[in-house]
Design a protein around this ligand. Structure first.
Ligand code: TYC
Length: 134
């Protein structure tokens, strides 16, 4: 029986060479800011409870962000991959609807730092509770 179809001699003879490696450029997944919006009707305590529950914040962090949004109109509650951000927006919306308050969160693509999308340094609301998750 012939030993494979290998007519090489010397170095490499008898070895099977495979060249099927694929080079895949791994990019960071695009991230999305979850923005919390102010309104005139949702009670402050309710906003704090929703932030603690949906964004896993301490009461102090949640109060700080709630006040930031109350004073500036909008703030960043967190930055996540799309599906997580989308879920958190929906959870805020569901809690607000159930309690009949107009509290609202929305999504915004986060700059990935690779392209110039016109963003200059900071963002709309600014981090108010210690920066992005590490
Ligand atoms: N402005 C609201 C009030 O005075 C409180 C509030 C804060 C509402 C943050 C929404 O995202 C919000 N009761």
């Amino acid at each position: 029986m012939a030993r494979f179809d290998d007519d090489r001699h010397g170095e490499g003879a008898g070895k099977v060479l495979t060249r099927t490696q694929t080079r895949t450029a791994l990019k960071r997944p695009r991230m999305y800011k979850v923005l919390l919006h102010n309104d005139d009707y949702t009670p402050r305590e309710f906003v704090v409870l929703v932030l603690q529950h949906v964004f896993v914040m301490s009461e102090a962090e949640a109060s700080r962000l709630m006040l930031h949004v109350h004073n500036h109109g909008v703030g960043v509650a967190g930055i996540y991959p799309f599906s997580v951000a989308e879920t958190k927006v929906a959870e805020v919306g569901a809690a607000a609807e159930k309690a009949k308050f107009p509290l609202m969160a929305t999504l915004e693509p986060e700059s990935d730092g690779d392209e110039d999308d016109g963003e200059q340094g900071g963002n709309d609301g600014g981090w108010t509770h210690g920066g992005p998750p590490s």
